[in-house]
Design a protein around this ligand. Structure first.
Ligand SMILES: [Zn+2]
Length: 538
């Protein structure tokens, strides 16, 4: 049927030109007297709008594509602004400097900042070098205690695994874990340890040795100089702890046997210095022959506040750190690998244990100075490097508070270990408000080699109850013993060994080590026996 002749109600008949819309428009035109404007199809306006729309779409797409590409590049190469990258990983030479401010908590830092500002007349907003690089915190949780000790803390750093207090880079099941220093050495990097305590103490030991208990310092010394399953791992060691390297047939030894570890080190190629003259001969790292073993004190290097009076006897942490940086940097000059160096401000920890804020402040200042030297080295060195500084735990429970007595001249008052039992001043301050009733053993821990913890000897002080959320836990969830086992071990060894008079001044430090019995040599005295006897004596 020709178009236009189909029936009116046919379904495929197109609608008429005289549609309702058109009728309304015509009616409007009639009423207003205005002629309906002739719409020019596809005029200039139309094409301008189409062009603008197309341009906006295109520009948006380009911006999105560029943003995605930039994001992808940043994710794959976070530091693509410098250094060479291959397969999404940095290639080329890198140095890693890992610093530990042992036992330093936020209050140590705060007190040190205020002390330095007041003492040196610095502006009120003066900051330590450490303050200017604060980015966060690290967690070093011990698997056996609420309170992490240096060994568990350093194992967390060196292995990246949590373990029990006293563990020297071994896991809770006593399997050794590979450390970052060992990995670096095997990858061809040079390695170093710089401390102000014994080089066999927990923190340095955790990078270069594996033993079950931190007291096994004789064994740690042997491993550090090369009697290690992987061979010699450390190229440079500076610190104290000479007595663990000397045979017990010589003066100044604290070894349990007659092995001469200095001789062992020399036979493994180490050059050895043991006094300030020897250190000065290193010429701040310019005249170092690696591997190097430098032991400048029989045990610990004195606290900085004492050491600076004996500068001709003991080198400072900063001097040792700069020497190590220079020496390792020179030794890796022609290598395509860098170095790994661990630097520890070791005795912040000891000052905290001793509730000695004066010593602690000066230890933190010495550490801050070494940190600033490391930053300076990184700024000036051609090789790219990373410095990390962190603490393993806090010791002493230091708190700063304002004293409100009128007679107090200073706004700064060092508030020592509040509300602690007078029997355990060394430990409770770390969590000062937990009374001794919380001495419970965790059943899920491995079987301890030591006697069980002391039973509760005094009821919890009701005045403290509301202060300690820990006490609100059901008994099974009470925290593990507050005394860490290594310290208890030392105390009982001290009790059970024959009387011996070390030289005055060293007595306390010597007492802090339990080297007279080889590890595992017989049971130590049961604490309950001990406490009963003590009660009887009183
Ligand atoms: Zn520590």
């Amino acid at each position: 049927m020709p178009r236009g002749q189909e029936p009116l109600l046919s379904e495929d008949r197109p609608s008429s030109d005289h549609s309702d819309e058109r009728s309304i428009e015509e009616e409007d035109a009639l009423l207003t007297g205005q002629q309906r404007p002739q719409v020019r199809k596809y005029g200039w306006d139309f094409w301008r709008e189409v062009g603008l729309f197309a341009w906006a779409t295109l520009a948006t797409a380009i911006v999105i594509i560029l943003a995605v590409m930039y994001q992808h590049k940043q994710t794959a190469h976070p530091n693509s602004s410098g250094g060479d990258w291959k397969d999404g990983r940095p290639s080329g030479k890198r140095n890693l400097i890992f610093m530990v401010s042992d036992g330093m908590g936020p209050t140590s830092l705060s007190l040190t900042r205020s002390f330095r500002q007041v003492e040196s007349g610095l502006p009120i907003d003066d900051l330590l070098a450490l303050d200017q690089h604060l980015i966060g915190s690290s967690r070093t949780r011990s698997s056996s205690s609420l309170i992490t000790d240096s060994a568990a803390g350093a194992t967390a750093f060196s292995c990246g695994k949590k373990s029990y207090n006293g563990a020297i880079s071994v896991l809770p099941d006593h399997t050794p874990c590979g450390t970052v220093l060992e990995a670096a050495k095997r990858a061809g990097y040079m390695t170093g340890l710089v401390v102000t305590t014994r080089i066999t103490d927990a923190t340095p030991a955790c990078f270069a040795a594996h033993v079950n208990q931190r007291e096994e310092e004789d064994r740690i010394a042997e491993q550090e100089v090369g009697e290690h399953p992987l061979g010699r791992m450390v190229d440079l060691m500076l610190g104290g702890g000479r007595c663990h390297f000397l045979p017990n047939t010589t003066d100044g030894s604290c070894r349990g046997d007659d092995r001469d570890i200095v001789e062992l080190a020399k036979s493994n190629g180490f050059s050895y210095v043991d006094d300030r003259n020897g250190f000065d001969g290193l010429n701040l790292g310019n005249s170092v022959k690696l591997p190097l073993l430098g032991l400048f004190a029989s045990t610990d290097i004195p606290y900085e506040i004492d050491r600076r009076q004996m500068d001709d006897v003991y080198p400072s942490l900063d001097e040792m750190a700069r020497t190590a940086l220079k020496a390792l940097s020179a030794a890796t000059k022609d290598s395509n690998k860098g170095f790994f160096l661990m630097i520890e401000g070791s005795r912040i920890d000891h000052a905290g244990h001793g509730n000695d804020p004066v010593a602690q402040v000066h230890e933190v200042i010495a550490y801050d100075k070494a940190f600033a030297s490391v930053l300076d080295f990184l700024d000036k060195d051609d090789v790219q490097g990373v410095a990390i500084s962190t603490s393993d735990h806090e010791t002493g429970g230091l708190a700063t508070a304002r004293r409100t007595f009128k007679a107090t001249p200073s706004p700064l008052h060092v508030h020592r270990a509040p509300l602690t039992s007078n029997r355990t001043p060394l430990h409770l301050p770390r969590i000062p408000l937990v009374p001794r009733a919380t001495h419970q053993r965790y059943p899920f821990l491995r079987k301890p080699r030591l006697p069980p913890a002391l039973p509760p000897q005094q009821p919890p002080n009701p005045r403290q109850r509301h202060l300690s959320p820990l006490l609100l836990l059901p008994p099974k969830l009470h925290p593990p013993p507050l005394r860490n086992r290594s310290r208890r071990l030392r105390r009982y060894r001290r009790r059970s060994r024959p009387p011996r008079r070390p030289p005055a001044g060293l007595a306390r430090l010597l007492r802090l080590r339990g080297h007279h019995q080889p590890p595992g040599a017989g049971r130590v005295e049961h604490p309950r026996t001990f406490s009963r006897r003590r009660a009887h004596l009183r």
